[in-house]
Design a protein around this ligand. Structure first.
Ligand code: GDP
Length: 424
């Protein structure tokens, strides 16, 4: 069976922990989109890890980890990540890289930096990992597929052609040093040596795996609201964050995705610019940020403080719907145990009208949050294993959210560890 683990919100919902946990009973874990711009933080018996490119199943000996064709593959980052986990005693994971994945080049990272620099205060708050320039090139058909590394004949010509176009921008828009085709070619040859042992026809591999009844997890990066089509465009990422794209970014039939587990955090956080209706500020936000996640809400890739807010039912209802959710995993609930009262955003007021439907960006910018305040439970719920053992106000919070978003919360995460989970 194929299951997808995806995010309902702006990312950082705790997908890594849920994937790591579900990987125990999985054979194959596939990354299907995104790049090294976001990270998953995983805590397990080997220690604490920040993964950017490797799927969150790499810690188990029995799983195969796959980088699908939809991923923005940064080969040096992949290799450093493999090294960082094996250095800490994790056995060398079995890794396959799609021959159709495209490669993040060092100039993509430079273009990302140059563009953010040029935009100044209007910048997107990019992590400058080259993701937007990478996907632009992919769709402009001037990217490099892993398979092309093995094409000795056409490669240098293509490199020269691309450098010509890129250098016009570098020289006249950014006023930076131009690309030398030989350097770009050498970079590709370095990547070829690094990636060769892992290259695989992934869609063929997964086709057989599905036929053999293997358990497959598709692991999404970021969340619904960062999807380029259905998110808060233009403050979105450059590849689709939706479970539906899992079929494309892994190369499997869409009807094989039987379960869509949408991870939804018990409060909100976001990185980068863009409308964030239930956002909070000042001491209230600082305290939630300090207590949030596992050791504070700071970016796994950049270390930047995340923007904080109360749970947003409007955004989460939409986020779950657009994913095609079958199950909601409600995470980081333990963090809210310090609050006397917990505000929840249940509606948006836009031009004097109340709505519970998530709007397009222009209207979203005008939305004001409408809050309902629920009583807190004022205890530490970590370690609790049964739903009935949760404090009454905590169950009420979960049931309130479930009713507002309209999708079943079947898992509750009450701590960062693998075992901190309550099934319902
Ligand atoms: P991802 O990108 O969706 O995987 O999210 P992150 O890596 O940003 O995960 C959020 C953070 O919360 C990580 O530091 C996790 O270890 C932590 N985390 C996940 N689930 C829980 C939970 O239920 N409780 C607490 N306290 N922390 C959690």
């Amino acid at each position: 069976m194929v299951r997808a683990v995806v995010g309902a919100n702006w990312g950082d919902e705790g997908k890594g922990k849920i994937t790591d946990m579900l990987s125990e009973n999985a054979d194959i874990i596939v990354r299907f989109q995104g790049g090294a711009n976001a990270g998953h933080t995983i805590v397990n018996n080997y220690g604490k890890f920040a993964l950017h490119t490797l799927p969150s199943g790499v810690f188990y000996g029995h799983t195969t980890s796959i980088i699908g064709n939809g991923v923005a593959l940064n080969i040096p980052v992949l290799f450093n990540e493999i090294k960082s986990i094996t250095d800490k005693g994790v056995p060398m994971p079995k890794i396959l890289v799609s021959d159709r994945a495209q490669i993040v080049m060092s100039y993509h990272i430079l273009f990302d930096q140059y563009e953010e620099e040029r935009l100044g205060k209007n910048s997107f708050g990019s992590t400058k990992s080259g993701i937007a320039p990478f996907y632009s090139d992919k769709y402009a058909k001037i990217g490099f597929q892993v398979s092309e590394l093995f094409d000795n004949e056409g490669l240098m010509d293509k490199v020269k052609r691309i450098c010509e176009t890129k250098n016009v921008m570098i020289e006249h828009l950014y006023h930076k040093p131009v690309l030398n085709p030989q350097d770009v070619y050498n970079e590709l040859m370095e990547y070829k040596d690094m990636v060769e042992p892992y290259v695989c026809d992934v869609s063929e591999y997964l086709y057989s795996a599905i036929k053999d009844g293997k358990e497959i997890l598709l692991e999404g990066q970021l969340g619904s609201l960062k999807d380029p089509d259905h998110g808060i465009y233009p403050m979105v990422t450059s590849s689709s964050t939706l479970a539906a794209y899992g079929a494309i970014g892994a190369g499997i039939p869409p009807y094989e995705i039987k379960k869509i587990i949408t991870v939804c955090k018990a409060y909100s956080s976001a990185v980068g610019s863009g409308a964030f209706v239930s956002e909070i500020f000042g001491e209230e936000a600082d305290e939630l940020r300090r207590r949030g996640g596992d050791g504070g809400e700071y970016g796994a890739t950049t270390g930047r403080p995340r923007r904080m807010g109360w749970f947003d039912c409007v955004a989460s209802k939409y986020g779950c719907r657009i994913q095609g959710t079958t199950d909601v995993a409600f995470t980081v609930l333990d963090v809210l145990g310090y609050l006397d009262e917990i505000p929840v955003c249940t509606g948006y007021e836009i031009d004097g009208k109340l709505t519970t439907d998530f709007p397009t960006t222009v209207k979203l910018e005008k939305a004001k949050p409408v809050f309902e305040v629920l009583p807190g439970w004022k205890t530490d719920i970590r370690g609790i294993k049964n739903y009935e053992d949760l404090p009454e106000n905590c169950r009420k919070y979960i049931e309130f959210v479930e009713k507002q978003i309209g999708f079943p919360i079947t898992m509750i995460s009450n701590g960062p560890g693998r075992d901190d989970i309550i099934y319902r």
